[in-house]
Design a binder for this molecule. Structure first.
Ligand SMILES: [Zn+2]
Length: 292
């Protein structure tokens, strides 16, 4: 019988950079802290494993504001359900993104230094060694032609990377037989796994992103639920013995489109009813590496 694995990746990032200072940022961080505390409490109660991709700059500011103990309590590293990984330090990109033409790119060397900084910021702030990275904004292909970045990722000892987060024309990444986890053997990194997420990046369910990219069309809660449960249905029709569905989610967006956590409780409940196993991104990397 076919097995479906579902992994939830939550991007912990706002506010960062120039938005991280001032009263508004302080207020937002307080609201965010409360939102994440209640959301993670629900996931704990339901025993849902999850991957938290934390931006270094955000963590730095968060610790400066809320204090080390509170942040360590939120991102408890001794909680086996938490798979804590990095999302770079500064949220830079190395390739032009068609639907974000205003966003400047940095060189591979600058980005390589930035992910080392992200790594050491999480080590300093949370006392952990990450083994994977969710790449900022994401591209419509893997990092196969970015040798400098791949070598840095392996140098840090990572076994997975998640950069293939969108299609060319939108923030929706398609679920196909090709877009499944695989190693970078072709680039001579057989111990590094590419994990491509599927479906919409959930930021599209916020008013601002919908205005920018969907002519203002906002999804209803039912449509959001059907979008993700539709992915499970699609996975069940794939030929693979094990099909992977990975999601790219943003709690700052969830604060707007799912403030009471009802949507995500329903989606997780639906997945469990269908016998789908919830795993972390690290679990996927380990499963793929064991098979090859
Ligand atoms: Zn991000």
């Amino acid at each position: 019988m076919q097995k479906i694995n579902l992994s939830l990746g939550f991007y912990e990032e706002r506010p960062w950079g120039k938005w991280a200072g001032g009263m508004e940022a302080d207020k937002f961080r307080k609201r965010y802290f409360d939102f994440m505390s209640s959301f993670l409490e629900i996931l704990d109660k339901e025993e849902v494993p999850r991957t938290l991709f934390i931006l270094g700059d955000y963590l730095n500011n968060f610790i400066g504001d809320a204090g080390e103990n509170a942040v360590k309590e939120l991102y408890a590293t001794n909680n086996k359900l938490n798979d804590i990984q990095q999302h770079s330090y500064s949220h830079d990109i190395i390739r032009k993104i068609e639907i974000r033409p205003e966003k400047e790119i940095v060189s591979e060397d600058v980005f390589a230094d930035d992910i080392a900084r992200g790594h050491f910021t999480l080590k300093w702030g949370l006392g952990i060694n990450c083994n994977g990275i969710g790449v900022p904004l994401g591209y419509d292909s893997d990092l196969g032609n970015h040798a400098r970045v791949l070598s840095q990722i392996r140098h840090l000892g990572y076994n997975f990377v998640s950069p293939n987060l969108r299609s060319k024309e939108s923030l929706e990444a398609h679920l196909t037989a090709e877009r499944q986890p695989h190693t970078y053997s072709d680039a001579d990194y057989p111990n590094l796994v590419e994990i491509p997420p599927h479906g919409w990046q959930d930021v599209i369910f916020t008013k601002k992103k919908a205005e920018h990219q969907l002519n203002g069309r906002l999804h209803t809660p039912d449509e959001i639920i059907s979008h993700y449960t539709g992915l499970f249905e699609k996975a069940s029709k794939m030929k693979q013995d094990t099909a992977y569905v990975s999601l790219c989610l943003h709690p700052w967006a969830m604060m707007e489109y799912d403030p009471q956590h009802d949507i995500w409780k329903t989606i997780i409940g639906n997945a469990r009813k269908q016998g789908i196993e919830l795993v972390t991104y690290s679990d996927i990397a380990n499963k793929v590496l064991r098979q090859e």
